[in-house]
Design a protein around this ligand. Structure first.
Ligand SMILES: Nc1ncnc2c1ncn2[C@@H]1O[C@H](COP(=O)(O)OP(=O)(O)OP(=O)(O)O)[C@@H](O)[C@H]1O
Ligand SMILES: O=C(O)[C@H](O)CO
Length: 378
């Protein structure tokens, strides 16, 4: 039997590779002879580089960088033989790098991502693919641009402080981007535009700590910044504020577009790179999953995408998640055959299941892997 294991991360508890490895361990305890295809997934957010490194090979280069508050952070670039560098915004801008009290998109900066891009260019990359998502920043990529040699200035010609709020005073740019002709690609987790009701500040600002008043201020500041980028960067497309993907990672998508780059779907890029379609064609059972399997998952691109693709091929698809809150019927309509939760596995919410699920996720996934093998292996 051929089983395809292609989970997303369990945000906050386990990276996608460890989810897949734990389920595989459990399955093999019961049915060692089965053929397990392990293809962890990512959508541009945390884990993008690690997932691609496993699938593509190449050289992993550690690069010291800074976090959204300017403190040292560990970054990494994946360099492949064909001159493509892959890096991820979450390593420098990630929400997971801050405590809840530190979250403030008025002040957080994407400067650290600029250091990673600069290092990729320095290492000779001809194309730099930047995974976007899971960020704590809403600075329209202003910090990244600064690290690449383009400094936002106020009316008096002074460099602006870091953070999204300062862009309310942006009037001009100084300098030219140091990219040595490299092409930029944003691999985005969402296709929201930079501005407006569906834009970065309104939709993702609150999860980064923005109040209602902050959201209004940040959206207006980004509008002003977009006008400056359009006016001063020769490669910037018109109508920057409305372009799909521009609102990913607090407007980093728009900054990459402004530098003459393009945006594409992160999960689309990852599934192509790892050959997911071919793996699905060969599978007798698909196991996917994520931290929280909820109504958002059914509209999202990772788990819903896998389940839909499995259904199209008539292959059963099982979801394993930390918690499950979808109805059976709506999950079935999306192509999900069965869904299991770690919280239930550990006895349910009333019996300490949440603490156990959060504290010992790999143990629970191993047990669920064994249970699925007992049920499905033939
Ligand atoms: N081991 C676990 N046990 C129980 N719940 C978990 C576990 N790991 C993660 N979660 C829950 O899942 C949530 C994260 O959901 P998930 O992994 O689906 O990502 P997300 O936040 O929806 O981000 P994305 O949009 O990138 O998928 C956490 O906030 C937590 O509530
Ligand atoms: O980082 C963010 O702002 C969200 O994940 C959307 O890209």
């Amino acid at each position: 039997m051929r089983v395809l294991l292609c989970p997303d991360k369990f945000a906050g508890t386990l990276p996608a590779q460890e989810v897949a490895a734990a389920v595989a361990d459990g399955w093999r305890e019961v049915a060692a002879g089965d053929d397990l295809l392990i293809r962890p997934l990512a959508d541009g957010g945390p884990g993008f580089v690690a997932v691609l490194a496993e699938a593509l090979g190449g050289r992993r280069l550690p690069v010291p960088t800074v976090d959204p508050l300017g403190r040292p952070a560990a970054g990494e670039i994946l360099l492949t033989d064909d001159g493509v560098a892959y890096l991820e915004s979450a390593q420098a801008c990630g929400l997971h790098l801050l405590t809840a009290a530190e979250r403030d998109p008025k002040a957080t900066t994407s400067y650290g991502l600029g250091l990673l891009v600069a290092a990729a260019v320095e290492a000779g990359a001809r194309t730099v693919v930047v995974g976007l998502g899971g960020s704590a920043t809403n600075d329209g990529g202003a910090g990244m641009l600064t690290a690449l040699g383009v400094t936002p200035l106020d009316q008096a010609g002074h460099a602006l402080p870091y953070g999204g709020a300062a862009l309310a005073a942006v009037a001009a740019l100084d300098g030219a981007p140091r990219l040595r002709g490299a092409d930029l690609v944003a691999a985005t987790d969402v296709d929201n535009p930079l501005l407006g009701l569906h834009g970065a500040s309104n939709v993702y600002g609150p999860q980064k700590g923005a109040t209602r008043a902050d959201v209004l201020l940040l959206d207006a500041a980004l509008e002003r910044f977009a006008a400056v980028l359009e006016r001063e960067l020769p490669g910037c497309p018109p109508g920057l504020g409305a372009l799909p993907g521009g609102g990913a990672a607090g407007g980093l998508g728009a900054a990459i577009l402004a530098l003459g780059g393009r945006c594409e779907s992160g999960i689309g890029l990852v599934t192509r790179a790892i050959g997911l379609d071919a793996a699905l064609d060969r599978a007798d059972l698909v196991i996917t999953g994520e931290g929280s399997f909820d109504h958002q998952s059914l509209r999202g691109k990772v788990v819903a995408g896998v389940a839909g693709a499995a259904r199209d091929r008539g292959v059963p698809c099982v979801v394993l998640a930390g918690r499950v809150s979808t109805g059976r019927r709506e999950a079935a309509a999306a192509g999900v055959t069965e869904a299991y939760s770690l919280v239930e596995h550990f006895g349910g919410e009333e019996r300490g299941g949440v603490e156990a699920a959060m504290g010992r996720p790999a143990e629970g996934l191993r047990a669920l892997g064994a249970r699925l093998a007992r049920q499905w292996s033939r």
